[in-house]
Design a protein around this ligand. Structure first.
Ligand code: PLP
Length: 381
């Protein structure tokens, strides 16, 4: 049976062609650390890491490469910011669509005296923007929000949110887990305080690598969560003030960074526009196929406006987890059922606790695969 991977919201597959070889090249032919050795191989590894930062800077329109920090991914970046910034007595604002990557560190901080509010979202996952301004308090220190929902693909009005945050002089941190590598994100134009990105989703790189871009003003407020050797200022037992080292203690996932360099180069060669265009064609094709089925509710935006290539369906007469299991067993179609690590989003969308079946498409899917998925949905509904 041919398998069809429609779980790109979790992680992309296939990855950028040649990714494994790019990582193997580093591991087999270089394999050394950066910032520590004075030999040629170390300089060459450091150069590869710098080139990856440059590609990221180009992609997200941010010219200060030193402020592009590598981490294991969005979750680690969000923890770095939420726990590194907020102190007891501080207040934080999030949306009611957040992933647990935001909610769990925030709830941990709530146990230490941080308070937070969620901006309400409607049943299509749209942010109720008028609700945002009312939530600011004198002690509001941070606004964190996802760019697009990992449950239903709905986009947040981040330019408007960023403008309000600038007026209130509160840093706005973007979780770009579902948009990085899919659409253009201009960090400078938006005036974001930080942007958290995964390497393994839209950037088509390996798991375990991602990062954050952080402005100097927010970086100055952040306590490094992880302390240790950086290969710089070794006379001191305190973390160095310079970025990126301040937030990159210990030996990094350099093989992952080399993989990411390769996949970023692939995305650049294809162009973001071409990637987005293809993903939107596939999404339109899927939505068109399922929209007239009575026993299904399209969760989130029903049409093509204001969305990414992530579609959640609620099978009204079926158990959604069983449907996902049958899609895999009988049709070879890989999806994701349940709550997709976002219980808050499902409460907004009216799909808690049953969850949904999520279909998420990539540049590498074909219209033929989408047609097969539509037929399978029709048969199982
Ligand atoms: C909206 C959102 N935020 C955060 C994450 C966590 O990202 P990572 O796997 O890079 O830690 C995900 C991953 O599913 C996500 O979809």
């Amino acid at each position: 049976m041919e398998t069809i991977y429609l779980d790109n919201g979790a992680t992309s597959f296939p990855k950028a062609p040649g990714l494994g070889q790019a990582m193997a090249d580093y591991l087999d032919n270089n394999g050394v650390n950066i910032n520590r050795g004075s030999y040629q191989a170390a300089a060459s590894a450091a150069n590869g890491v710098l080139e990856t930062r440059e590609l990221l800077g180009e992609l997200f329109h941010y010219r200060k490469e030193s402020h592009i920090i590598f981490s294991a991914g969005v979750t680690q970046s969000l923890n770095l910011i939420i726990k590194g910034l907020l102190k007891p007595g501080d207040h934080c604002i999030v949306s009611a669509m957040e992933h647990n990557g935001v909610m769990r560190p925030l709830v941990q901080m709530a146990a230490k005296g941080v308070t937070f509010d969620r901006v309400p979202c409607d049943r299509r996952g749209r942010l109720v923007l008028t609700g945002l301004e009312e939530l600011f308090r004198p002690n509001t220190k941070l606004v964190v929000m996802l760019h697009a929902s990992n449950v239903c693909g709905t986009l947040m009005p981040i330019a408007k949110v960023a403008k309000i945050c600038r007026e209130k002089a509160v840093p706005f941190v973007l979780d770009a887990a579902q948009t990085a590598g899919h659409i253009d994100i201009n960090m400078e134009e938006l005036g974001l305080a930080a942007l958290c990105f995964p390497g393994h989703k839209g950037l088509m790189g390996p798991g375990g690598i991602g990062g954050m871009i952080v402005t100097p003003s927010l970086a100055a407020e952040l306590e490094p969560l992880v302390a240790g050797g950086t290969g710089s200022h070794s006379e001191s037992e305190e973390m160095p003030p310079e970025l990126p080292e301040r937030f990159e203690a210990g030996t990094m996932n350099i093989a992952g960074i080399f993989g990411l360099r390769h996949s970023l180069q692939f995305i650049k060669n294809q162009s973001l526009e071409a990637i987005h265009h293809k993903e939107m064609i596939l999404t339109a094709c899927f939505l068109d196929g399922v929209k007239r089925m009575d026993s299904i509710r399209i969760v989130g935006e029903p049409g093509m406006a204001n969305r990414m290539a992530v579609v959640s369906l609620d099978f009204l007469n079926r158990d959604n987890s069983e449907v996902a299991f049958q899609l895999a067993e009988q049709y070879g179609i890989m999806t994701r059922s349940g709550l997709q690590c976002a219980p808050s989003a499902h409460k907004s969308l009216g799909t808690f606790p049953q969850g949904t079946v999520r279909f998420s498409f990539s540049y590498f899917n074909t219209e033929e695969q989408i047609d097969k998925a539509v037929e399978a949905v029709r048969a199982l509904a």
